[in-house]
Ligand binder design. Sequence first.
Ligand code: ADP
Ligand code: MG
Length: 731
Amino acid sequence: MESLRFNAINHLSGLGKEILVEGNQKITGIFGENVFTLKTAREYLSDEAYKSLVASIKTGKKIDRTMGNHIGAGLRHWAEAKGVTHFTHWFQPLTGTTAEKHDSFFTLKGDGTPIEEFDGAALIQQEPDASSFPSGGLRATFEARGYTAWDPTSPIFIMNIGDANTLCIPTIFVSYTGESLDTKTPLLRSLEALNKAAVDVCNYFDKNITKVIATLGWEQEYFVVDAGLANARPDLVMTGRTVFGHSPAKGQQLEDHYFGSIPERIYAFMKDFEEEAYRLGIPLRTRHNEVAPAQFECAPIYEEANLAVDHNILLMDLMTRIARRHNLMALLHEKPFAGINGSGKHNNWSMSTDTGVNLLAPGKTPKTNLMFLTFFVNVIKAVDDYADLLRASIASESNDHRLGANEAPPAILSVFIGKYLNDVLTEIKTRVGDNFSEQDELLLKLDIHKNIPELLLDNTDRNRTSPFAFTGNKFEFRAVGSTANCGIPMTVLNGIVAKTLVNFKKEVDGLIEKGDKKEIAIMQVIREYIAGSEKVLFEGDGYSEEWHHEAERRGLPNVKTTPLALDAMITDSAKQLFDDLGIYRHAELEARHEIELEKYIKKVQIESRIMGELCTSHILPNAVKYQNILIENIKGLKDLGLPESAYANQLQILKKISEHIAAVADGVEKMIEARKVVNKIEDSRTKAIAYQSQVKDAFFTKIRYHVDKLELLVDDQYWLLPKYRELLFLR
Ligand code: ADP
Ligand code: MG
């Protein structure tokens, strides 16, 4: 039987032509087609129902059952016209992905008459039998009750899977005692906390501001490989990354892939998922090749953070499913291939007011400049004060492969702001002194708006290596992993900025009470914040070795592994912070900490098992086959009476192969033993650390080294696993 690998390679040349993507749809013609937008709602709902929906979206006002019935009926009419038969509450449990449980509109009346129905109760609240979702002990499994509740701030949409159309209702997922069992609930709470804190500070400058939202524009990096080839790699299928594979002769050194022309087969896939995304109202804007071969990126226009998070999760799901249509596999993992770039998900974040002002965009007048500076400096201080929490928010087993590795931002959180703004901050720090007379004058001199071109130039080019960079009118959090639900880092970022703003207001108010003029009080606190958080600012090469030393000297944390990074989630300061703001209760933090540790343990365990399995049933048997051929060959030559020089080469190869075989077999056996020991550990944190040091660090690289050597030595036809050059370059 031909191996999966060669089958896939043979099959490749015939692919790509048959998948035609029909015509070029005008985006505006299909955008939001499958979304229950307010415009659609206007069409399908009574005045009263429509008003109640709008009020709920704007003010968070609860929708009652009766009104829910009206909205449900309107929704069903709209959905049925689009061929929908089922609905689901769509939520984001702590697994990191999404969950759905489909129910049909179909039901039987008391007398047995079949009807289609979708009432307010079904719309507003459901009780999925969700006992198998991770709860970190928040909800004992015997009382599996957790319920999903409609989040009207994210619009309802229709998901199209094959022939089936499902009405999806974005919901939060909480336990009956009110603890959040998902990532959306705390995100919504953090947005509310930020709103409150930011509005309070905004009102120093403009009393008309009544609402501040966080905005998020993510950039999603991913790899795409041929599905036939990928399916012949059990490691890719099971873990999303290749645990073995020798680097190809050509990697990314020529940098010829970056921004190059998009391969046709991939292009068809992109067009296809983009089109689906547009129908779902995901405003994709950019697509391009990334640095590594077979790596790509897409990015939307930014949106309100809650919606942006939903859209990112939806898009990841779309990409995964639609890739299959094209016989491709989309790899969202942070590090699918060793030795070439990994994938991140840059989170571009800012705050925007209901008066239409981006709070992180330098203003047009000295007064708005001061507002900009206030928020700008508060964010910097927040990152400095809570760097450990931000680090924890992006910690995952898969992101560990990236953070701290050479091409990714390091695990040290520093902020890049560019030379121009650095100079501005330095000027404030040195010139705003105890002598306030100069301050008004200084303020007028900070003509940031006149220097915006300079500022933009400064902030778009020279910051590629910073994990948290100011890019002209927003901060870009770059250390987020490509598989992450960005709701988690966004919750933390909103939270720490909210907390910082709350304190800022207290300090400013304190000075005003003492008789300071408002502007002077503000400048004074800004100056204090600049001086206090300078150490987090870094303009140099974040990937360099020197930075690691420098960061250590500055006392910046550099936690390289997940089990330790997660500690920050349950410190007293974290508990206090999130409790004060109403984002996470203590128990919710403890639960998440536990769940993330468990996730880490399981992921390393699965990778370790796959490694063992591949070695035992793929790599070793085939290496032995080739070993036997060499033995036969050597024996034959010997039998012919030839001198040793005639088969010295073969002997040499045989010796090497035998050594690598022994090392692999030995490594796998010892790794299994190590797992057995580690599995006995009760405490999750100790166990996660043990998995990291005694399983992952102790064996993964070592076993891989010998397997990759074998890949080079063993006759190509015996090698069952598609090689890097095939996965990365054949399509
Ligand atoms: P790049 O980072 O590649 O230079 P852009 O600056 O154009 O690209 O934007 C990257 C992402 O930042 C996009 O998703 C964009 O929508 C988003 N973005 C732009 N302005 C904001 C903002 N005020 N808030 C949040 N995201 C923003
Ligand atoms: Mg970017």
